[in-house]
Design a protein around this ligand. Structure first.
Ligand SMILES: *Cc1c(COP(=O)(O)O)cnc(C)c1O
Length: 417
């Protein structure tokens, strides 16, 4: 990876694409003509297989077999099948993963269960840099049981010092959504266990992006997102992992009929299904699950190691290109320089970051902006070409050289950035 740089000419970038063994994977995805999509870390694009699957599901299964499809088309087992594929991507057993709800809701379930698994502890520890929803969910839990739990939030550099014997749960996001900086699983599992606490990981920017081996890292629990690198579609169901060793003590706080040991017994008392099956709450969203299944399978079939290697190369080229072609324009790298220490995204600081990103999007280079000043670019290499990186750098350099971003229309803030 050392010395990877952006080709001088577009023709050279196209040459790299011709030699790329992953080049054909782009055909698996729907990507509009003329778009360089550097936001697959926020919303993955649809695989072609999803379009076909949803069409058939609507017409033949829902429309054709109606309610019989729960059994005849296996709807009732769909989330378990997807969980097994996700398990293979995060290095754990199929029986340790559930697919349901959103990341936020799953995190609530795991935090509440985890607090109960450490009855003598009263602190959830996290870092200020963590994704807001993760912090809000923990705040909400502390608000629900103030005498039982409190949230301790410290800057990343103070985490180690704040991890003491009051801590029930260390809650961290593996890849930082702003900078892309990646935590060391081993270090934090070991540190949390040394003081007798549990560790819960958020894999939203890791699953489908970087090789993850939660079993090897001795992780206790985890959550992750279906609509980012897993290409499951907007608002796709999320996943949750609970290590086998905890299944006997684990008790989800949300008791719904789909998490019951026998939902169709319609009995008056809740009896949890064994293991992670109790994480299901209400009726699974079959349309969304079908889309998630296609997205997850597309990634799993390509193979996570090959994807990661190319993502590292593309992001290295992008950084080198921006630093070479946009020098003097105030763009400052916000991500770790060592590709081993960041996920598949790269961010740059710029005080006019919002307007610059809007100008880029107007040119068809789609990244996103994160307050207060970050331009964020994701490298999901299943559908990205070397020429796309070249084009993105070229567009950014053009916008910076000409001050194209400096227009009122690029300063209008949308609800979603
Ligand atoms: C995207 C993301 C989420 C999303 O949560 P939802 O409840 O599924 O919307 C949560 N945590 C992190 C770190 C994320 O990046």
């Amino acid at each position: 990876m050392i010395g990877v740089t952006l080709p001088e000419t577009r023709a050279q970038a196209l040459e790299l694409d011709r030699a790329d063994p992953l080049a054909g994977c782009r055909e698996d995805f729907v990507i509009p003509e003329g778009v360089v999509y550097l936001d697959g870390n926020s919303l993955g694009p649809p695989p072609h297989s999803t379009l076909d699957r949803i069409r058939r599901l609507m017409a033949d299964e829902w429309g054709g077999e109606l309610i019989r499809s729960w059994t005849s088309r296996g709807w009732i087992d769909m989330s378990t099948q997807i969980a097994a594929t996700i398990a293979s991507l995060i290095g754990v057993r199929p029986s340790e993963v559930a697919v349901a709800d959103s990341v936020s809701v799953n995190l609530f379930k795991l935090l509440a269960a985890g607090v109960r698994m450490r009855p003598d502890r009263h602190v959830i520890l996290t870092e200020e840099e963590n994704f807001p929803t993760d912090q809000y969910i923990a705040q909400g839990l502390a608000d629900l049981m103030p005498e039982r739990i409190s949230l301790r939030v410290v800057p990343r550099r103070e985490l180690a010092a704040a991890l003491d014997e009051d801590v029930a749960i260390l809650m961290l996001t593996h890849v930082d959504f702003r900078s892309g900086a990646m935590h060391d699983f081993f270090r934090w599992s070991e540190a949390a266990h040394r003081v007798g606490g549990l560790v819960i990981w958020d894999l939203s920017h890791s699953a489908g992006a970087v090789p993850v081996n939660l079993a090897e890292a001795d992780a206790d629990m985890a959550v992750g997102c279906g609509y980012k690198y897993l290409n499951g579609g907007p608002g796709a169901p999320a996943f949750a992992y609970v290590a086998r060793a905890h299944h006997d003590q684990f008790r989800s706080p949300l008791w719904g009929w789909m998490g019951h040991a026998d939902p169709f017994e319609f009995g008056p008392e809740y009896r949890p299904a064994p293991g992670v099956a109790s994480l299901s709450v209400g009726t699974p969203p079959i349309l969304s699950l079908a889309a998630l299944q296609c997205g997850v399978e597309t990634v799993a079939e390509i193979g996570i190691r090959r994807l990661r290697a190319k993502a590292m190369e593309l992001s290295e080229m992008f950084i080198a290109g921006v630093e070479r072609e946009c020098r003097g324009h105030g763009l400052e790298l916000a991500s770790p320089r060592n590709p081993e220490r960041r996920g598949n995204q790269v961010s740059f600081h710029h005080s006019e970051g919002y307007a610059i990103m809007q100008a880029l999007i107007a040119r068809g280079v789609i990244g996103d902006f994160r307050a207060p000043d970050l331009l964020r670019f994701g490298f999901a290499p299943a559908y990205l070409r070397y020429a796309d990186v070249w084009d993105a750098v070229d567009a950014l350099a053009g916008i910076m050289d000409s001050n194209e971003w400096d227009q009122p229309r690029f300063r209008v803030r949308a609800k979603v950035t």
